[in-house]
Write a protein that binds this ligand. Structure first.
Ligand SMILES: [Zn+2]
Ligand SMILES: [Zn+2]
Length: 317
């Protein structure tokens, strides 16, 4: 089978031919229809987070078919021990021995893969493989981040890429007002956010016209944390939703005072996946995708780094 493989961090992905994978007991052999591109893939490629296995096939938003034709989704959470103090208290996202797809286990930038059947997710029928793929990370981890904003009426989204373009639709459906923050002067993305229901869109260096009750930071720039805090009403929360972020600059305690909080979101539980994938078709969440053939996987990462497309990139093997 063909795969786009990260051999060494900091180097472009290589397109190579690998032996077809053999499923272990409990695993499914999967024919991949589409695999979403996540900023985490870019962090692994750029050595901002370490790969635990090299070479590694990246990709953890996999839409695939089993040998008997059933369509499944393979997300980032690929395996947990089921026995640690997190797994036994409903927090498998924090499992001490968790293994993640496309970091510890070969992922979906390939024609075939294998996955533990217990961690595969059911997908809504009415989306194509390409449209469904971004739901599997940006969508469902974004949804976990949205839950941590409680009933915030005014919601800021910092970084309007794959996750935010889906979560804006969920938040608007829930009756919240969305304030979208993009790179300064990125009018194309600001217009895209407004089309998806944002009440206001502006640069991340701007203050929103109303105070925010919560903000989710999808971008990896640490300086957005104190900026978001400054726009937050008392009692509000800033949720950081990415796996990697540059250092957060210091800020006056006064900006945190009045029960404002900052928290991160890590990974997903299978329950997050099942809840979000059941909710998405009811809204319905529409994904804007740019597709790349497998041999252009490196180009997809380059375009993601440059912010060259709106919404999500998807690799089609
Ligand atoms: Zn991801
Ligand atoms: Zn565990």
């Amino acid at each position: 089978m063909r795969a786009a493989v990260l051999e060494r961090p900091g180097q472009p992905l290589s397109i190579t031919t690998l032996p077809d994978p053999t499923p272990a007991p409990g695993q499914l052999l999967l024919q991949i229809g589409a695999c979403g591109v996540c900023r985490t893939d870019l962090h692994l490629r750029d050595h901002e987070i370490p790969a635990t296995k090299l070479p590694i096939t990246l990709g953890h938003q996999i839409v695939a078919r089993t040998e008997d034709g059933q369509r499944v989704g393979v997300p980032w959470l690929g395996w947990t021990d089921g026995t640690c103090r997190y797994c036994t208290t409903g927090r498998e996202n924090l499992c001490l021995n968790a293994r993640f797809t496309g970091r510890d286990i070969d992922g979906g930038y390939a024609e075939l893969t294998t996955a533990d059947e217990r961690y595969c997710l059911p997908l809504p029928d009415d989306l194509s493989d390409q449209q469904a793929a971004p739901l599997l990370c940006g969508g469902l981890i974004g949804y976990r981040a949205l839950r941590f904003t409680g009933d915030a009426a005014n919601l800021g989204l910092y970084g309007f890429g794959s996750a935010a373009h889906m979560i804006a639709q969920v938040a608007a459906y829930q009756g919240r007002s969305v304030f979208a923050f993009t790179r300064p002067h990125d009018e194309r993305t600001q217009n895209f956010a407004k089309q998806l229901g944002a009440k206001w869109a502006g640069g991340s260096d701007e203050r929103p016209p109303e105070q925010l009750d919560a903000a989710i930071i999808f971008a990896s720039a640490g300086e957005l944390v104190p900026r978001a805090l400054k726009s937050l009403s008392p009692g509000g929360t800033v949720v950081t939703a990415g796996i990697h972020m540059s250092d957060i600059p210091s800020f006056p305690y006064e900006d945190l005072w009045h029960e404002r909080s900052i928290r991160s979101v890590a990974n997903l539980t299978r329950q997050d996946g099942e809840e979000f994938l059941a909710l998405a078709p009811k809204i319905p969440v529409c994904t804007t995708v740019t597709t790349y053939p497998l041999q252009k996987a490196e180009q997809a990462l380059t375009d993601l780094r440059a912010g060259a497309f709106e919404g999500s990139a998807v690799i089609v093997p």
